[in-house]
Ligand binder design. Structure first.
Ligand code: SAM
Length: 264
């Protein structure tokens, strides 16, 4: 993969190796735990699995129309914390293009840890060196809730920026039921609020955004994520066009996904 001849396709190869690493590992992935699977009769052919993944990507690329390929050139990928000040290194900030559109699905306040779920990938692909590196990523993510990310929340009440105090309508009830869950939900919305603050700085004139979020139930208390997110956008001067409820989630009662459509 590191040879010069593979340079232009190295990201595709990286995806193939990543997928194969999970398929080939002697593990069972049971949500939310992972266990070793040393006593199995599987015949593991690593090269064939990697080659199979390469063929899938090749077929996907072959299926693209010339118009789709032309659009591919418009995109760029940046790895960054969406809540942190954009362009921390100065140069990036100077060259930062204004953002015209955002279509995204941030985490929901449902105590799902993306770091916990993807730690085999993070480990196999040497993206984290040790357990504490994974913990640090989880602490930085919106809604991170694995290990220390949760025990940190058990210490006192999370400070709420004054503007947010009136928006977090679930808080009095949830604090009474579970101070820990109340802190978790507060941190989630404080993080989203930081993200919107950063977005405000880079949003182009005529900006349009669609944020897909799910509502949630913590310790029996309903969290109407979409309504709170809409208010946060308004606090930062964005207009909310509509909130579209478009599907139920996981068959559970009164859990659904919405798109919060904003402009500004
Ligand atoms: C609901 S998932 C959506 C993923 C992706 N948009 C998709 O549809 O496949 C939320 C994603 O946000 C990422 N995330 C959490 N906190 C973040 C942050 N502060 N900056 C950037 N991404 C973050 C998580 O790792 C996760 O991949």
């Amino acid at each position: 993969m590191r040879q010069a001849g593979y340079r232009t396709v190295r990201h595709y190869l990286w995806l193939c190796v990543n997928t194969a690493a999970l398929d080939c590992a002697n593990i069972h992935r049971n949500h939310p735990t992972i266990t070793f699977d040393d006593n199995h009769n599987r015949k593991i052919d690593v090269a064939a699995i990697v080659a199979g993944e390469v063929c899938k990507i090749e077929a996907d690329l072959q299926a693209l129309s010339p118009q789709e390929l032309a659009h591919g050139g418009l995109g760029s990928v940046t790895t960054a914390d969406s809540c942190a000040p954009i362009g921390l290194d100065g140069t990036t900030r100077k060259n930062q293009k204004k953002t015209t559109h955002v279509i995204t699905s941030p985490p929901y306040p449902n105590r799902f840890s993306y770091v916990h779920q993807t730690r085999p990938q993070l480990h196999f692909m040497e993206l984290v060196g040790n357990r504490s590196a994974a913990t640090e990523i989880d602490i930085a993510t919106v809604g991170g809730t694995w290990g220390r990310a949760t025990s940190d929340l058990a210490k006192g009440n999370i400070a709420i920026p004054p503007k947010l105090a009136g928006v977090l309508d679930f808080l009095p009830q949830l604090r009474g039921k579970s101070p820990l869950m109340a802190n978790y939900a507060v941190k989630y919305f404080v993080d989203l609020n930081r993200h919107i603050g950063q977005l405000r700085k880079v949003a182009a004139k005529g900006f349009r955004g669609a944020y897909v979020v799910g509502n949630s139930r913590l310790s029996g208390v309903e969290i109407y994520t979409e309504g709170i997110l809409a208010r946060l956008f308004e606090l930062h001067g964005f207009g909310v066009d509509q909130i579209v409820v478009f599907r139920r989630r996981g068959g559970r009662r009164r859990l659904y996904e919405c798109a919060v459509c904003v402009r500004g």
